[in-house]
Design a protein. Sequence first.
Length: 434
Amino acid sequence: MYPGVVTDPILDDLLLFLEHAPTPFHAVAQAAEALDNAGFRALAEADPWSDLAPGRYHATVGGSSLVAFVVPKGPHAAFRLVGAHTDSPNLRLKPRPEYAKEGYLQLGVEVYGGALLNSWLDRDLSLAGRVFVESGGRTSPVLVKIDRPLCRVAQLAIHLDRDQNEKLALNRQEHLAPLLGLAGPSAPSLTALLARELEADASAIRAMELMLYDVAGPAVSGIDGEFIHSGRLDNLAMCHAATTALTLAAGAAEAGGVVPMIALFDHEEVGSESATGAHSAFLPRALERISAGRGLSRDQHFQALARSFCVSADMAHAVHPNFADRHEARHKPVLGGGPVIKTNAQQRYATSAATALLFERICARADVPFQHYAHRTDLPCGTTIGPITSTLLGIPTVDVGNPMLSMHSARELAGTRDPALMTRALACFLEGAD
Ligand SMILES: [Zn+2]
């Protein structure tokens, strides 16, 4: 049970998921563990999928993207897909990060994605990611999460720049390097720190892929426990909803005629173009291999795709009372109001009237309220994985997400009622309801 006043088991589980997943690598490990506990078996991309028995499977690529699916007992006529992304904007260590300056030990960082840079200032930060450790002539990745305050991106005192409250200007190269300690001959190296953490020999550490995270774990707040405060709600909240929904739907799906599937992709925040992103061949390849593994011809596979449907789940902008004019007047989602259906005529979201209607029907079946969102016409609209996967696969798609504030902050805000609502709607969808 997560510390605090939490009585909803889905919310409770989400808070633990957020706490234990400071990086996309950890998010995939968390999702895989939840799936293992629900009877899913790990498949490797390099294994044969040519004779897939009915059952529950998951497969990962690059350690930071995952697909999971249920193969029903009979032949499948369609797929039901839920997509989400495992990455969040943050600060990531460069390959040779350590340097000394003005008596301090510092880390060189790169900004990943569209981070709200000011949200990283004056927080208790630590490091997480993966480290490649050599053992017996083989090098393998090991997850690492240092569970204590370790470094800080310190703000400049107000006395040294009186204009900061009006115009804070942060140079990405100069102003974001965290302080790791005081420099000096006796200061330990980052490799020594990691070796101690992993109980490994420093000489066995061959490479590292590390990022900063806020050590303050998720918290429930608000006068009546309405709010979740946490890093990475965008989009681990949807990764969690998709994974939980698939475990809930698996039993019914085994007896049905559709393959329910979730796809959790890395690299959405930097455009999805990578071997593990939504733009990669990973998902089309997995879909084709499932059909081939069940004896469908290529034409039957395309028939199944033609009957398929995709829900792209990524967090949505709730109306902010202090900046209400930033919202389109008639499309102002509220926290606790349930899933938000996102539409954009420029196709920054993949939703059409037909796909919105299908999702509304699913919500009605699951007894879940829903809301609509459209961006202000005079502001550039963000995008998500929905338009990418729908372009790649030609599958009708709806873009949805739970409402939140402070998107892309190191510590975001969402509602405590919405996770269970979205999970219920996605479970109903994955069961094959229409
Ligand atoms: Zn997102």
